[in-house]
Structures are given as C-alpha cells and as structure tokens.
Design a protein around this ligand. Structure first.
Ligand code: ZN
Length: 582
C-alpha cells in the first residue's frame, strides 16, 4: 500500500473527481489544475479519476461523511435511491466492523459506458448506469433490489478489500465472497420485507451447479500473474465464496463471527492479509477449528452429497463427493451438519469429520407409523454448501411435511434443488422429482417459485429432447404448478402489494409464456399491441414488459415478422439501459 497525491489538468468546465477531496484548484483560461488531498495508504488498483459532465445528489452519514451520487446531466433524481442505500450502508458497516469509514468523502458515479457492473475504487466507486440508477417510472422492482445489493457490495469493499487488502490475487475469493455475503446482511437490515437471505439461495444453487462439474476449480487458486485474474471473477469466487462464508458464520454464530471480523479489521487496517490470517483471528476469538474446517472448502473443488438413511432411532450419515455426471469423486470435507426433526425448535448440530457418522434422533421427530407426523430435514435453511440424499422413508416424510406446510421457505428450496441435481446425476428418478414438484402447487412465495421455475424450465427442455412423446404432458403438469399463483396476481399491479409479489408477477408470466401457455401468450400479445400505439399505457408497466415481449416472439416466424419488427423499433427508441435489456 502507498499514499497517493494526485494533480489533474483538465478542461475548466468539467467535473474532475478522484479518491480524495479537492485540496485546491487554479484556473488558467480553458484549463484548470486540480490538486487532491493526500490519501491514506492504499492499493494501486483502487486509484481512480473520473472527468466529465455530471450533476449530483448529496447526503450525509451519522458521522458526517459526505456521500454523493454523480449522474449524467438530467438524471440525478435517479440517483436518490442509491444515495439512500449508500448512506445507510456506511452507517451499518461502521458498526459491523467497529471501524469508521476511512476516507473524508464517498462519491458514487453512474458511467454510461462501463465494462464491469461496478468497481469499488476507494472513495470513488464507479458503476454501470443500470447498477446505480433507479427510476420510479421506467425501472422494475428487481432492478431496485439489484441496485441495493450492488451498492451494499461495493461499499463493503471500502473496508473489506480497501482498508484491508488481500495480499495477492489468490485471495480474491475472500474479497468477493465476503462482500457478497455481507451485502445481503446489509440489505436484509434495510429491507427485511425482501426476504433477501431466501433469495441468496439463488447464489448458493448457482455455485452448487457449477461446482458439481469435473472442470470446476477450488475457490482459492494459485494466481501466478495479475493478468490471469480475470479468469477467476466467476460464480465460484463470488457465490461459492459467499456461501461458505454463510456456512461458517452460521456454524460460529452471528455475534462471535461479527466480533472476530471487527478484530480482523483493526489488526490489518492499512495493510494486507491472507485467507489464513482471517482464519487465525476467527480461531483465536472462537476456539473453533476454523482453519482445518475451511481449508477443506477453499482449497479443493467440489462438495459432498450427504446420504441419509434411517436405522432405528439413528440416521446413518455418509459423505461422498457429488458430481453431476453421476460419477463419484474422492473429495472429503469437514461438514458443519445441521438437522431438524418434527418441528423447527429441535435443531441439532454435528461437525462431520469422517466418511460415516450417526445422528441420534430419538423419539422427538414425531410418529413414524403410517400416517404419522414424523419428518427430519438436514442442512437447515440451506446454510451448508452440500446436498442431501434421503432414503425412501425420509423422502416420503419430507414430502408429507412439505404438503402439510411444515417447512421453511429456504428448506422448500433446498429439497427441490437437491432432488433436481440428484436426478440429473441419475442418483434419483425423474418420476420422483415430478412427484415432489407436484407438492408445490399452491405455493405463493417468490423465492420458492423462482427455484421451481428454474427446475421446471430445465425439465421442459430435457423432456423435449429425451421423451418427446411425453413433453406435452410434462408441460401441462408444470403449467398446473405455476398457473394458480399467476392467476391470483394477474397482469396488473395492485395498490399496496409487496415487493416480492411485484417481482413474482413477471417471473410467472414469463415462465408460462415459455411453457407455451396459450391464454398467457394471447394476453401478452394483446397488451403489447396496445403498448405499440401508446407507450404510456398502464397495461404494460416495466415489470411485465419482458413477458409480453417473449409472448410476441412466440408468434414470430420468417413469414410473420411484424412482432419482431415492432420489438426492434422499441429497442432502438429506448434511451434507458434497463428497457433495452428487457
Ligand atoms: Zn466485489
């Protein structure tokens, strides 16, 4: 780390920003010379300058740090949401790390043409416009959420990454994994109604899918030269990284984990640290074998499937590496196992270090006789980075618990995602997956249905190839699962409905269109036709536009291009990046 003292000579009429505030500026006709205050010690990759025509909105943290969001002229109103999240994030991280924001000011800039989503330059964070700007008229609910997550992520780096920098790119996963994890913690505290931890399982399941491939890589990889680093900015660094941190935090407990993070921040402020340095602090603060445990997750690729079989009053547990191609790998992990049975207040923990182990469940899991209320679920709320395969009796009991509404949202997501992966790997049958899916009819939660949608979309594709004769029937079954919540929501937003319902509507409509549901397609086309004549119509607000666009494309062919031409015209006329993405 080094101190930086920058001077810029730029056209006088432009705004010129850098990591630190301006010390003084002198003008000589069309050129001004801007001198910035000297920075504290910082890493070279975080030095930034931004020069251009901008306007801004401004706020202040509780400790009096000035925060600004810069936008192109005329767009500063769209920066207000990010400003609010930014100020709240700085307040929260100051408390979480028990360390003040290290710089005198923070600027966030929306840049019209920017390659990455965002970059956490110290005190001068740069974003793509779609990652920072939010417009009540043209932005969707999901973009509100992704702006909040992105801002909270980049501002977490101001401490984790900028104040304490990784020693070398090998430890990149820790930077990104931690920022991803803690951004969810922040957003959950600002917007508890978003159920963001349930949505976080999207990241976990994405990583589980990638990491079940033979070609995966460990989250901690040797980087020999800085030019190699682009290759590892992937879902393994971000999503598996964040998921194993969630697993560790859940094993150690929220309070102990936070205290240790604050000690780590103080110990390594204004310098560099390795992954092992963090484990050492966590071990010292908690007395738990953090290094041995975490090394099995960070230095080897893949993860285990836990086979669970009931024998008398015990559940026999066995771990084996899970690979999507159905083969078995030789990996072994130290697994923080959790389980609940019969009710949610019976949580049990076990640190599985061996290949096999027994979980004593006794009689509190309910009545195992036919028609009884017995059930047990491993990997509670999906905090562990592993899959679970249940024997027939345990699986039937879980299906019963699902249908009698005993399971948490996160557990509902966990069992369907595990069974889906196990059936792709041919460890379970597709019939058992379809049977389980049918248990989700009537489900109304956004996150659960979002996973159901991922699974059904994939099944529809696979069955079209593998069992063309059955593909039509399978589509009808999938439509049956998604149709009733979709009909309940309809196409039109309702006053006062929740953020999650606003996000659920386009998800379901899009899924039904893609499954070829005629009524939904016709309604989408009808609304689209009105929209082409009247862009201001309330019949097609930003949230449902994508579903209508897809509906239009379902009817397009080389002899009937009119829908395609109309869509292209809309694309060309759209000024907003988000509208173009739709
Ligand atoms: Zn990041």
């Amino acid at each position: 780390q080094a101190k930086f003292k920058l001077t810029l000579e730029v056209p006088s009429e432009l705004v010129a920003l850098s990591n630190m505030p301006v010390g003084n500026a002198t003008f000589a006709g069309p050129i001004k010379t801007v001198r910035y205050l000297e920075s504290p010690p910082m890493s070279t990759y975080l030095v930034a300058i931004v020069v251009g025509l901008f306007e801004y909105v401004e706020g202040m943290t509780t400790k009096g740090t000035r925060v600004r969001v810069y936008t192109q002229i005329g767009k500063s109103n769209q920066g207000k949401f990010a400003l609010d999240v930014g100020v709240k994030s700085l307040n929260l991280y100051k408390d979480y790390f028990d360390t003040p924001f290290p710089l005198p000011k923070l600027d966030m800039v929306a840049i019209p043409d920017f390659a990455a989503g965002a970059m956490e330059n110290y005190g001068l964070v740069t974003y793509r416009e779609v990652a920072l700007l939010f417009d009540d008229k043209s932005s969707s609910a999901s973009s509100r959420q992704s702006v909040a997550i992105t801002v909270a992520h980049e501002l977490a780096h101001q401490w984790f990454g900028n104040l304490v920098t990784m020693e070398w790119w090998t430890h990149l996963w820790l930077n990104e994994g931690f920022a991803t994890w803690v951004s969810h913690l922040a957003v959950d505290s600002f917007f508890p109604q978003w159920n963001i931890w349930t949505q976080f399982l999207d990241s976990t399941t994405t990583a589980l899918r990638l990491d079940s491939l033979e070609a995966s890589h460990p989250i901690e990889v040797e980087i020999h030269h800085a030019s190699e680093v682009d290759q590892i900015f992937d879902a393994i660094s971000y999503d598996k990284g964040a998921s194993v941190i969630r697993m560790l935090q859940s094993y150690l407990g929220a309070e102990r984990f936070q205290k240790a993070m604050a000690s780590y921040m103080k110990k390594y402020a204004y310098s560099n640290a390795k992954t092992e340095d963090l484990w050492a602090v966590l071990e010292k603060e908690t007395g738990e074998p953090v290094k041995d445990l975490m090394t099995t997750w960070t230095k080897q690729k893949g993860y285990p499937v836990i086979n669970a079989k009931i024998k008398g009053n015990d559940i026999e547990i066995e771990q084996a590496q899970f690979l999507l191609d159905g083969s078995s790998g030789s990996g072994m992990w130290i697994v923080p196992l959790t389980s609940r049975c019969g009710a949610y207040d019976t949580e049990k923990k076990l640190l599985l270090k061996l290949k096999r182990e027994k979980l004593v469940i006794g009689s509190q899991c309910g009545d195992r006789k036919k028609g009884g209320n017995f059930w047990t679920k491993l990997n509670i709320d999906g905090t562990g980075f592993y899959r679970v395969k249940y024997d027939d009796e345990l699986a039937a009991a879980l299906q019963n618990a699902l249908e009698t509404k005993k399971l948490s949202l996160m557990d509902k997501i966990g069992i369907v995602d595990d069974l889906y992966a196990l059936s792709i790997a041919r460890q379970q049958t597709f019939a058992s997956l379809l049977h389980l899916l049918y248990g989700y009819r009537g489900e109304a939660d956004y996150s659960v249905l979002s996973h159901i949608n991922t699974v059904t979309t994939s099944i529809a594709k696979i069955s079209a190839d593998a069992t063309p004769a059955l593909a039509g029937d399978i589509k009808q079954l999938l439509i049956k699962i998604l149709l009733s919540p979709a009909e309940k929501l309809g196409w039109d937003p309702k006053k006062g409905e929740s953020h999650l319902d606003v996000m659920l509507r386009p998800l379901l409509l899009t899924a039904l269109v893609q499954l070829g549901h005629g009524k939904t397609i016709n309604e989408g086309v009808r609304r689209f036709n009105i929209f082409t004549r009247d862009r201001g119509t309330s019949l097609l607000p930003p949230d449902t536009r994508k579903a209508a666009y897809l509906a239009v494309m379902q009817n397009v062919s080389s002899s009937n291009r009119s829908g395609y031409d109309a869509l292209r015209k809309i694309y060309k006329e759209s000024a907003e990046g988000e509208e173009r993405l739709q």
